[in-house]
Design a protein around this ligand. Sequence first.
Ligand SMILES: [Zn+2]
Length: 117
Amino acid sequence: MAQHFLLSPAARDMSALDVARMREATAYKLFRLARWPETDGKTYCPDCGNLRCYEMSRTRFECSERQCRKVFTVTSGTVFASRKLPFKKMVFAIWLSANSVKGKAARHRQISLTCTY
Ligand SMILES: [Zn+2]
C-alpha cells in the first residue's frame, strides 16, 4: 500500500520554523527555483523561451528577443501575479496548504498570515 505523502521524508524537509526563520531573499530564490527548475533558477522568457533576458531591477526582467521584448517577473502568469504579499508570506501560505491533509480553510489562512482573503 502506498504511503501518504505527508508521512514521507520528502514532506518533512521544511518545517514551519524553517519558513518562519526564512529571509525574504531565500523565499524569492525558492520562487525562482520553482518557476524555472530546468535552468536551476536562471531566468528565461515565459513567452518565447529566450534564455537571454535583461534584469531591469532586482525582480523585473525583459526578454532580449527583438520581436518579443516581454517584461516579466518571477510570478508573471501564475496565481501569484500582481500580488502584494512578500515572498516569505507566499511561501508560508504554500507550506500551510501543502502540509495539511485536506488543505487549509481560507479563513484560517487569513488569520495565520494576517492578510485578507
Ligand atoms: Zn521573449
